[in-house]
Design a protein. Sequence first.
Length: 244
Amino acid sequence: QELQLFYQPQININTGEVGGAEALLRWQHHELGFISPGLFIPIAESSDLILDISKWVLETACKQNESWMLSGFPELCVAVNLSGKQFQQDNLVEDIANIVGMTQLKPHQLELEITEGLLIEDVQKAINTLTNLHNLGFILALDDFGTGFSSLSYLKRFSLDFLKIDQSFVRGIPHDNDDVAITRSIIALAHSLQMNVIAEGVETIEQANYLENHGCDKLQGYYFSRPISAQDFTRFWEQKLEEY
Ligand code: C2E
Ligand code: CA
Ligand code: CA
């Protein structure tokens, strides 16, 4: 019982509203204190523990999202990170559909974040999995875009809804010419392939303004909020709603 999910708001650019949240794992160890997911997830991934953890993450995120919906908040899309081993599971699509089916959520209220690394292992299988998830109505986002082995020829076949610009590119905005060029190219590429773009790691108002002016669809980062507990997220959201 030491795991917890935190939620980081994602802001819709055209409305300024909270349009989504990324669920991020936190482990508060009773002796060692806080352990970063960047540290313990790769270890869990090397055993089957990651499968139990991943299932718990999906269930917890969906139940939380349902509970926000039932308490009267506007519709929210919660994004969950998929692990490699989880993605390889033959019953992945069925499991996800079952978990969402136990709630009153609509499929488009769950977003699945995958990294390029997950897709290159068995491309045909990945295409099938993503097509099935897409056909069921789930939202698909390609995380850390531009840092892996981006195969542009496959991009279109993966049924993706969002490209997520990696924070390493966002960091250099608006001063680093290379990061600016890469970011603008990603936005243009995504839009010309009928995908949306979300930027992560947005820490300053300059970055937020630049991304907004260049057509990014959603923003996420410390500038808006760090990942916070469900309780704090509720308060953050209530405050945002009062601003309108
Ligand atoms: P990620 O999916 O790329 O998540 C984004 C990371 O960037 C998060 O780190 C988040 O806290 C951090 N971040 C968000 N905004 C900013 C910002 O403005 N500036 C900076 N410098 N950082 C920002 P976190 O929570 O430590 O997670 C690290 C990684 O662990 C995640 O990277 C993801 O790969 C993995 N992870 C986290 N939760 C889960 C999970 O439930 N399942 C799986 N499979 N992986 C997870
Ligand atoms: Ca992510
Ligand atoms: Ca990321």
